[in-house]
Design a protein around this ligand. Structure first.
Ligand SMILES: *Cc1c(COP(=O)(O)O)cnc(C)c1O
Length: 427
């Protein structure tokens, strides 16, 4: 790591509040720590109960299967489904691949057209790109400046007749960068009126806010274990069985597990963990959301009171309780991250190979590259405390103020110079 001359901000001079340990994890949209209660539920299945859930002729298999079936019910209960509608996978990326490719292949006689949006997770976007290569037509809906899609855009994009008939819409429940919650009920209703299958990537929503596949009109829904305090490498796909009954062309062959939709020996401890994680969320979600939202609003207020030229990204009314995405304008993103290296957050830059690209989600909201690069995603979660939020806020304020003291742009703005009127020399 290079050190900026005369700037020693990587060294913290704050006294640590009691109970705060560094580094602080505040990146709960990237992954969540395993809840110790989830680990406790999994432990027996990592040791004594090691059977193959597909072994039908002895108790080792039956016990494993019981664990799996209990998990299926715990997940189904959290989302308003029945246990037969839950298909286990290796994670939400696989769930989404199965949903989109499975529908495209199964219903290709019906039509050729798929609709999604530009701010989806790469699991959806890259799968759509792949489907385009195999001949499907994909519409990528834009989002408005607040991150919400315009339902009129969706209505206009739907094709109801001909070979280009729309067969599938895939819109995420809540965005992993900006926390914006889409109008899922309305999208689902529109799809059902037109006989279109609706897939929803609900990874960031399930376990955080109420999600119900029936009232939300969802036909297929991707879930991930490690985003709701369960283990990594396990996920589920909800597949609707009635009104309408959705069929999928299987994408992994061999053995016919999971009602033929996803072959492969089940990850029993992982599945048990996902189930336990869902049950905890079901019991604690309401109170947890209130607590996280209070912490989030407290963090935001603290930053906004101390700093000028900040901006909050994404619609804050339709928003995940634990998410705050904030730009610190006139601060160079990389320097900011380096200055807060005892805090785990995400920046508005996506590291793709050697280059530092601004986040495509923030760009879709209309943010310029500089502002996108100066953005931080705070992901508050179950185990974050108020003392941690205090430390994080103080540290960010410190570093931003420090960097701005060194910023000629910020100086000019403070002196009232209109930056947009300046002609910069080409380089
Ligand atoms: C993490 C994430 C995924 C991918 O989930 P994995 O289980 O890690 O494959 C998909 N969509 C969203 C919105 C996510 O946040």
């Amino acid at each position: 790591m290079t050190e900026t001359p005369g700037l020693n901000i990587t060294q913290s001079h704050h006294t640590l509040p009691a109970g705060v340990k560094l580094p602080i994890y505040m990146d709960n949209h990237a992954t969540t720590p395993l809840d110790p209660r989830v680990l406790a539920a999994m432990m027996p299945y990592l040791t004594g109960i090691f059977g193959n859930a597909a072994s039908r002729n002895h108790s080792f298999g039956w016990e494993a299967e019981q664990g799996v079936e209990k998990a299926r019910e715990q997940i189904a209960r959290l989302i308003g489904a029945t246990s037969k509608e839950i298909i286990f996978t290796s994670g939400a990326t696989e769930s989404t691949n199965l949903a989109l490719k499975g529908v495209a292949e199964m219903y290709k006689e019906r039509g050729n057209h798929i609709i999604t949006q530009v701010t989806e997770h790469k699991a959806t976007l890259d799968t759509c790109k792949r489907l385009e290569k195999s001949g499907f037509r994909v519409t990528y809906l834009p989002v408005q400046a607040d991150g919400l899609i315009d339902l009129e855009d969706l209505k206009r994009a739907i094709v109801t007749e001909g070979p280009d008939k729309t067969i599938l819409v895939s819109i995420m429940y809540a965005n992993n960068e900006i926390g914006v919650i889409q109008p899922i009920q309305e999208i689902g209703k529109l799809c059902h009126e037109k006989g279109i299958i609706f897939h929803c990537d609900a990874v960031q929503a399930v376990g955080k806010i109420p999600v119900n596949v029936l009232t939300d009109n969802i036909d297929l829904m991707s879930i991930s274990g490690h985003k709701l305090y369960g283990p990594k490498g396990v996920g589920a796909l909800y597949v609707r069985r009635r009104n309408p009954r959705v069929q999928l062309a299987e994408q992994i062959n061999g053995g016919g597990h999971e009602r033929g939709m996803r072959s492969g020996t089940l990850n029993v401890p992982g599945i048990v963990g996902l189930g336990a994680a869902c049950e905890i969320c079901q019991n604690e979600m309401a109170a947890e959301a209130v607590r996280e939202q209070e912490l989030r609003d407290y963090l935001r207020a603290k930053l906004e009171n101390a700093l000028d030229y900040t901006q909050v990204n994404g619609n804050m009314e339709h928003h995940l309780p634990g998410n705050l995405n904030m730009s610190f304008i006139y601060v160079e993103g990389e320097s900011l991250l380096m200055g807060i290296n005892d805090i785990a957050v995400s920046s508005g830059s996506a590291c793709t190979s050697a280059t530092l690209e601004p986040s495509y989600v923030l760009k879709a909201l209309g943010l310029g590259d500089d502002v996108a690069h100066s953005s931080i995603r705070f992901g508050l979660g179950r185990f974050n405390t108020r003392a941690e939020v205090d430390y994080v806020a103080d540290k960010i304020i410190d570093v931003v103020q420090h960097l701005r003291e060194l910023s000629p742009l910020y100086e000019m703005v403070k002196e009232g110079i209109d930056l947009s009127k300046i002609e910069w020399a080409a380089h």
